[in-house]
Design a protein around this ligand. Structure first.
Ligand SMILES: [Zn+2]
Length: 242
């Protein structure tokens, strides 16, 4: 006959095994893993066929619609892979609606300029002649820090090099640069230069507003609010390199 203490040990051991089993495979049984492999394979084939039908080759920048498609597909495709109670046919029905909807919206966008504007937005001029445009100053969704990071990626040193910068609906930035002879003094966009900013101007010279890039000559000892953006009193020495 077993000692009661041993029984308690057995009970504890069994409980630990059960808990681990639940952590590893939840409430399903081990043979269900094979079914998951089959379900996942079927869903991947369906997903691949669906995505080919959208006509997309690769996604570099996500438009709002690409994002919508991905979010909708995530649940539709993922659930039947691992949940026993979700069948593949119900997921297929959802696929048809998601991909069908995507095709319809794409068709409407290609046919109507107005619909394209509403559904995809319009390209926005962010920089014109070396400084932020009025529109970009009022456009809250565009963080200047992120924009400067993009410009650094494109090897831009200061805003005076840029004739125009456009924020495309795809999320990319297109640049039109001045040729070397026409580069103007402008706001440096590299952090170590931006950190050397002043509210009281130390010596007479050309300074650029750290917020919008407006550049003008300012006298020593002055403090001034930027006349272009009217939001900022901090200035850095304008960069002329280019
Ligand atoms: Zn400004």
């Amino acid at each position: 006959m077993q000692e009661p203490i041993n029984c308690e040990k057995c009970y504890n051991r069994n409980r630990i095994i059960m808990e681990w089993q639940e952590i590893l495979i939840g409430k399903e049984s081990w043979p269900f893993l094979g079914e998951i492999a089959l379900r996942t394979f079927i869903m991947l084939v369906l997903l691949f066929l669906g995505l080919r039908m959208t006509g997309k080759r690769a996604i570099k920048q996500l438009s709002v619609f690409d994002l919508l498609l991905i979010i909708a597909l995530g649940t539709t495709a993922g659930d039947p892979m691992i949940y026993k109670e979700v069948g593949i046919v119900s997921s297929l029905m959802a696929f048809i609606v998601v991909f069908g909807g995507y095709r319809v919206i794409t068709y409407i966008i290609t046919r109507s300029k107005g619909a394209e504007k509403v559904l995809e937005g319009v390209p926005i001029y962010i920089i014109h002649e070396g400084k932020a445009t009025e529109l970009s100053l009022n456009y809250n969704e565009l963080a200047m820090d992120e924009f400067f990071a993009e410009l650094r990626n494109k090897r831009i040193i200061h805003l005076g090099q840029i004739e125009s910068a456009i924020f495309e609906t795809s999320g990319e930035i297109s640049l039109l640069l001045y040729d070397k002879k026409r580069v103007k003094p402008g706001l440096p966009i590299w952090p170590h230069k931006l950190r050397e900013n002043f509210e009281v101007i130390p010596e007479k010279g050309l300074y650029a507003c750290t917020y919008c890039g407006h550049t003008e000559e300012i006298d020593a000892g002055s403090t001034c609010l930027c006349p272009h953006c009217r939001k900022n009193k901090s200035w850095v020495k304008a960069e002329t390199y280019g």
